[in-house]
Write a protein that binds this ligand. Structure first.
Ligand code: SF4
Length: 353
């Protein structure tokens, strides 16, 4: 189903699906969940960056118990990620997890899945049914001749039907593949049959560079087709980078407003300043300024002001150690090159005064 036609699901105080709830940005901690201090520190950094739902792995009973302490110190819903041991899922729910993520296929006997479902029902905690291309069952691999989008979808729907047959429909579904086009096809297929919100991500997408590209392409297509209620950009890197990318994907697709958009020129033979460094500094500098405007960082005065016309404000490099402050394409004043960044920041901080 399209994202605004799915069932509504509440994860802590974040609601997804149904009507027009915004697409929520998720990430996952890479600390040991048992280490409450390190996990809280990372979650608070992610919150500051714009993370709206956090997932933590729960591989031990100590980790399940840590959820209680972690939850006291954070401000966003926490999802417990469970593999294999149904007792961890039960303990995670009892310790305050706002959602659990399981693959019923690796939880084991039906009675164990039933025990998890019963506990989720008792606490009214949603279950995310997660299936990865790497964990596809043998009979589906044989039926479809290997890992296919159809196989991933059938695997996920089998598990959804299993939980429905146990009397629970407070569900979110995720199907992931590191093959971007397979992932897109799988989402198109499952969206036709699944009434539950979908959590979308490209799994094992790689380092910051390749993960950003694969996630932007994959999530970009899927979200643009109207599919997906929560997203995660998976990167082999600092999870804060995942949030930055996720926010920009949503903003680029027009699915989210707010925040300063930085545009910068590609540089050319006319550039006389270290524009690459300056553009990166500007991007970092504007991150905590709550304005919804466009800022241009241009390399030169020849084309800079003209090319920056569509921006609300901008700076351009010059010659002889001077640059320009520009508003709506008009040159406002000359500024010493080393003061460009500070001048821009002051302008932004006083934008509405
Ligand atoms: S703004 Fe100037 S430096 Fe940047 S690409 Fe255009 S001409 Fe080159």
């Amino acid at each position: 189903m399209y994202r605004n036609q799915t069932k509504e699901v509440r994860i802590g105080d974040v609601v997804i699906g149904g009507g027009d709830h915004p697409i929520a940005i998720q990430s996952m901690t890479n600390t040991r969940t048992e280490d409450v201090e390190a996990t809280v520190e990372q979650i608070l950094r992610l919150e500051k960056a714009g993370c709206e739902i956090i997932r933590c792995t729960v591989p031990t009973m100590e980790a399940a118990k840590a959820i209680k302490e972690i939850k006291k110190q954070i401000h966003i819903p926490l999802v417990a990620d469970i593999h294999f041991d149904y007792k961890m899922a039960i303990a995670a729910i009892e310790n305050g997890a706002d959602k659990i993520r399981i693959n019923p296929g690796n939880i084991g006997a039906k009675e164990r899945v039933q025990a998890v479902v019963d506990k989720a029902k008792e606490y009214n905690v949603p279950i995310r049914v997660g299936v990865n291309s790497g964990s596809l069952e043998k009979h589906l691999l044989e039926k479809y001749g290997g890992v296919t989008a159809e196989g991933i979808v059938e695997s996920a729907l089998d598990k959804v039907h299993l939980i429905e047959s146990m009397g629970y429909d407070n569900l979110v579904v995720s199907i992931k593949s590191s093959d971007v086009l397979m992932c897109v096809k799988a989402h198109e297929l499952i969206a036709k049959e699944c009434p539950y919100p979908l959590h979308v991500g490209i799994t094992e997408s790689g380092t910051v560079y390749s993960g950003n590209v694969k996630s932007s392409v994959g999530l970009g297509i899927i979200l643009h087709e109207g599919i997906g209620n929560t997203i995660r950009v998976s990167l082999t890197g600092d999870p804060v980078e995942e949030i930055r990318t996720a926010k920009l994907i949503l903003k680029t697709l027009g699915l989210r407003k707010g925040g300063i958009e930085v545009v910068s020129c590609p540089t050319c033979g006319r550039t006389r300043i270290d524009l690459i460094k300056l553009a990166n500094q500007v991007e970092e500098m504007v991150a905590d300024i709550p304005l919804d405007i466009k800022v241009a960082v241009m390399g030169c005065v020849v084309n800079g002001p003209g090319e920056a016309k569509e921006a609300d404000i901008g700076i351009a490099g010059g010659i002889g150690g001077e640059g320009l402050l520009i508003k709506k394409g008009e040159i406002i004043k000359k500024v010493k090159e080393e003061e460009l960044l500070d001048t821009l920041r002051q302008e932004l901080l006083n934008w509405n005064k």
